[in-house]
Design a protein around this ligand. Sequence first.
Ligand code: PLP
Length: 455
Amino acid sequence: MEKLRYERPIINKIKAGVPDKYGMQPKIPVKSEIDGIPVKEIVEKYGSPVFVISEKTLRETFQKANRAFQSRYPKVQFAWSYKTNYLDAVCRLYHDEGSWAEVVSGFEYDKALSNGVPGNKIIFNGPDKTDEDLKKAIENGSFIHVDHFDELYSLIRISQNTTPKAKVAIRVNMDTGIYPKWDRFGFNYENGEAWNAINRIMLAENLELVGLHTHIGTYMMTANAYAVAASKLAELAVRTNKKFNHSIKYIDMGGGFASKNTLKGAYLPGKDTCPSFDDYADAITSALINSEIAPDQLPTLFLETGRALIDDAGYLIGSVLANKRLSNARRAKILDIGVNILFTSFWYEHEVYPAQESSQQTEDTTLYGPLCMNIDVIRESIQFPTLKKGDLVVIPRVGAYNMTQWMQFITYRPNVVLIDQNKKMHLIRKQESLKVFKEQELVPEFLLNEKPLKA
Ligand SMILES: *Cc1c(COP(=O)(O)O)cnc(C)c1O
């Protein structure tokens, strides 16, 4: 017989059972399956922890966003923000939905090409484009979004020896009523820099000004900021048309829509406070349609939404490693999910659900990760039932940024699994192994002795 686990008893005020003035405590929700597949089965096959992507949720969310804009504006084009999640399978699902690629580095640019995206459907953003990157982007007919004057001068120089003409847009930053302002990327609207950049591009023989771009921030909780930004870009388009008789082909509103996760310190859950795709679409399209741009010259509206499209489609499954009492008798649990793979736990109060029926009694609990680091806290404080060692938990809404910003620290990054619409599981990124790291490392000859440990 297996020996039962013993924990020293403590006296604790019970918070479940007795109704308070809001009624009974809600039942603890259990998340025992994802898209019809038992969580237990996923872990048996792919281990713990493991990331899961739902094709169904990914596509449904995209279609909802696309519908919100298509129904309000004649020409809309989404471009998938690679840095939000650049697993090839994920990118290809968005491309299959009609999304172009939005990239911010040479690495991402090459990844988009390798996923079969034609050069003329890649938007190239970011402050760090090498001369080779720029040359390649010009030759492939990609849209180059200029970030600063040094990049503009490089482009003018490089474009003298390349064909075809470089298709360029400028990134514009501006006061949208949101502070602190994001003014480190692109050219400022208010101080005239953006207008200056436009004039220089219009005079450069081998550059064609095709668009105006902005990305006003991330997790924007108010749609109105987008209305302000769209009006300012529209004003620049009108002014360009007046002076140069040149019409701007597209206005790119970037990304930044909030997902339903709850920010740390927020008073209400994100589900209740974040604007819907319809709210954002209404603000942006109203500003463009009501601007001074002539109706027959309305630019295509580009969107680079990342977080709000993918967050809901991602789950992280983990297991309980240990139960603990802290020195003040506070309940703590150690999970096999650390901040190295759940980077967003620095910003969000992630929801965490048991994956199997558990006791209805909850206790204020701290959830720690497995790293030997004090900052490895997944939730500082959560009302949580007591789970046993080995019990599984599910963290929803982790699709954005975690699978690109994750860090390799003292252990391997885990498997990522896609559940397709026919409830079939596919491994889309393998857990790392010692081999992966050995391949990257070199040991100098003089350290390659057979017996490295001195006697
Ligand atoms: C990061 C980024 C995006 C995506 O932002 P989200 O907040 O994930 O929607 C879009 N455009 C640019 C230029 C970015 O840097």
